[in-house]
Design a protein around this ligand. Structure first.
Ligand code: SF4
Length: 299
């Protein structure tokens, strides 16, 4: 299966999307924060990112979902900064404190090519939402150099549908988190009470674009939607409702990774209810809810 972006490139669609996406940066509303700052002039909003993308590291990664990793690994590019900023982030230095360095589109394209040459099965863009225009510019350079592995959009789920539409026909694999069901929780931990609504809209749009996960005969992901959900202490995430939403309003055949690795990081110790790791019982309850919801494609 040919990556979608090759067609978009051949038909001139990618070039047009690069221009449209960069225009959004003049009055930035790439994500639901809707900061309306002129990032092309160096102004910064919630994501603290100006005109250029920043990267903290890149390389083959073997800890991602099985269909992304295979033998060659997933070619991750960790983008610096974030538009959601959870207080318990495991990558606090990168997302909140801005650990990383600025890269031009040419440098990012070089990273993509390097990962492909190393045998990675895909290019996995980690926390890409606030730098969609810069990623598209890099793609425009990487494609004529021979890029031909699927692109993975690995995001928090706090997305603007209009921005996702700029990626329609370009991104092969969407891998959003669905973090919180209740607005009050999203407000408490991310200052984003509209997160649940935006994540629901985003999942619907992603599924419309790429459908359910499709793999090759070796089980390597080629296209489709994978959803991640981190189970949290005290059920602050609203796991049961989220799994029911995925099963009933997206598809029972959705590939879902129910994650058990929560541990308090960043500022989590300032919030008593999440200042402890997840218990085994809490995780088993989440798996049971998935089963009851009819979800069977679990990572
Ligand atoms: S991408 Fe950054 S500047 Fe733009 S709206 Fe989102 S948080 Fe604000």
């Amino acid at each position: 299966m040919r990556p979608l972006y090759l067609d978009a490139y051949d038909r001139g669609i990618l070039e047009e999307r690069v221009e449209r996406a960069h225009r959004v940066l003049e009055n930035c509303r790439l994500c639901p924060r809707n900061c309306k700052v002129n990032r092309l002039k160096g102004e910064k909003g919630v994501c603290k990112t100006g005109a250029q993308a920043e990267v903290s590291s890149y390389g083959p990664h073997y800890g991602e979902e099985r269909p992304l990793v295979g033998r060659g690994g997933s070619g991750t590019i960790f983008l610096t900064n974030c538009n959601l900023l959870c207080v318990f982030c495991q990558n606090y230095e990168i997302s909140h404190l801005g650990e990383g360095y600025q890269v031009t589109p040419g440098v990012m394209a070089g990273m993509m090519m390097d990962l492909q040459k190393q045998g990675c099965h895909n290019i996995n863009l980690v926390t890409p939402t606030h730098v969609v225009p810069q990623i598209l510019s890099a793609l425009l350079i990487a494609i004529p150099s021979g890029l031909n592995v699927p692109l993975v959009y690995n995001c928090s789920g706090y997305e603007e549908v209009e921005t996702l539409r700029l990626l329609d026909g370009i991104i092969d694999i969407y891998m959003p988190d669905f973090k919180f069901w209740e607005p009050e929780k999203a407000k408490r931990y991310c200052k984003a009470p509209d997160y649940p609504e935006k994540a629901k809209e985003a999942l619907r749009e992603m599924h419309r674009q790429v459908g359910e996960l499709v793999t090759d005969s070796g089980g390597i992901a080629l296209r489709g939607l994978l959803v991640r959900h981190l189970v949290m202490p005290d059920n602050v995430a609203g796991t049961k409702e989220i799994l029911n939403f995925i099963a009933n309003e997206i598809s029972r055949n959705t590939y879902v990774n129910i994650m058990n690795q929560y541990r308090p990081c960043g500022k989590a110790f300032e919030f008593r209810e999440i200042a402890r790791p997840l218990s085994r019982g809490e995780y088993l309850a989440a798996l049971q809810w998935a089963k009851e919801a009819g979800l069977s494609r679990l990572d």
